[in-house]
Write a protein that binds this ligand. Sequence first.
Ligand code: ATP
Length: 637
Amino acid sequence: ELAAGDAFLCKQTPWQADEPVPYAALISTFTLIESTSKRIEITTHLTAFFFMVIRLSPKELLKTVYLCINRLCPDYVGLELGVGESILEKAIAESTGRSLAKIKADLKKEGDLGLVAMMSRNTQPTMFKPKPLTVSSVFAKLTEIARVSGNASQAKKIGIIKSLLATSVEMEPKFIIRSLEGKLRIRLAERTVLVAVAWATVLRDRGSKKWSKEKLASELEEGANIVKSVYSELPSYDCVIPALLDCGISGLREHCKLTPGIPLKPMLAKPTKAIGEVLDRFEGKTFTCEYKYDGERAQIHQSEDGTIKIFSRNSEDMSLKYPDLIDQLPGCINEGTSSFVLDAEAVAIERATMNLLPFQELSRRKRKDVRAEDVQVTVCLFAFDLLYLNGEPLLHKDLLSRRQLLYQHFHPVPGEFDFANSSDGSSTEEIQTFLDQSVKDGCEGLMVKMLQSDASYYEPSRRSVNWLKLKKDYLTGVGDSFDLVVVGAYHGHGKRTAVYGAFLLACYDSDSEQFQTICKIGTGFTDDALLQHHNTLKGLEVDVMRSDIAPGQAKPDVWFTPTVVWEVLAADLSLSPVYTAAQGLVEERGISLRFPRFIRVRDDKAPEDSTSPEQIADMYERQALAQSKGGKKRRGD
Ligand code: ATP
């Protein structure tokens, strides 16, 4: 369609150049996107819209992109949308003059507060036509709402939401409310937004040049790859969008590089079930095994001015959680090290014995405003990678070179800082011995990494086959644990009547923006844990199932707003007519976990970071493969 004479670029009525982008134009794009499930159509609609924004009001592209991904700023700034249902219900009721009971009843019927807001607003008589909303004005109000804090914050929020709703028309109230809820529910993945920004910039850069279909297709593909890769290194639209506008696709890499202070998305590992599988994958390659420490990922940034910041796996700023680490760090940096980004694991340690403690100990620490002198759970940092040094990104160097630079520029301080213990031995026996040793030393197992080859560069945000995890506990199960979102619960019986007795879990599909159910779980909980889960989850109960849950045949007694993530182990995976996880990936049926067991709460993961349907399908297929190999062997016997 892009190649067919750009007709699609004129689908919308444009606004005057240099005028603010009308919010209605964004909403009509959302409506077009909502009407299709085809990724290419979604991308095309969004490209057309971004192209128009770039041509007419380029300064507003940044805010437009933020509204499309429903965020207000980069993750590490920590300003979040996400207003509670009850506040939104009150604001809708007060703004439209309807009773709260009617709003609640409509929500029960529709299952979407955005729709309820739209219907309520559109049946309300209006005396005069309100001044049209713009992308900028909506962005400003949403920011104001997210910033409200302190006394009477609820009333203040309701006040601002009412003023927004009062000037909204047609479809606008639906999306205003959904933005405030924290989910647009139009199946618009962030990846698609990045691709559309890239495509729109390619079209702008092309100008009046005539390109063949093939040339256009290859420019679009390359543009998208460049933007995705730059963004994974520098995940800040505040930096990437202005650079794209100023320098185009061709100048982007030059202007946007990993920068201390802006956390990059960490590289992730693929699970393996056995040492044999590791050896198969790395056959003929040089690899290294490192202890897999049982703590919390910590990305440590020091800028040229000496400021140190610590970021979580999810790019949240954890500097206020770890003031002790920030105090400890200067003691382990060698001279001649001015700026750096370290990839490391923060692990609880008992300094008297130097024993490493499990993650559960670390999770006892407060999350914010910790004073270094009050710290009881002490922490040692284990560095395993160096991603930036003295003004230069190192991502494209191989692991061996990065590791040498790490060893040259830092030194261990007992109980405070160390390098991840590693062994470059490559026989089954050596790996087995190192694995056993890691577990004795309080670790979860090993991380096995490609060491010295083109493939051993650092791959931000990728779950790469060049990093494998070998977890001791999971060798007998399916090779890894699952991080799943609690979307529903079943009432308890007998001893458990006061609490929930079992829970419905789901994985998250970022393509369809849906939570896909995967199993019911009632095992692995102590009575205390059940009570705690009840206290946490009670506040997340909703009257009707949210429309971003794909329930399949699951019918829990209560539904939750998907918020809480649990780590879960399972005996194996099986195809299921009941649940929807990974439906269509392996077979028409979904996949479910057999004998799931609760391990721990993962409060370092957002629901969107939970295990993906692709990972589940991957594990199912590996299990099927292992079974068929095992089966063949047995038959051969
Ligand atoms: P995933 O999304 O891969 O499941 P996760 O956060 O659930 O990630 P794991 O599956 O347990 O974590 O494995 C990867 C994590 O192991 C890393 O994110 C990091 O926090 C931790 N880790 C501990 N030691 C190392 C090491 N030597 N190298 C890399 N990561 C390590």
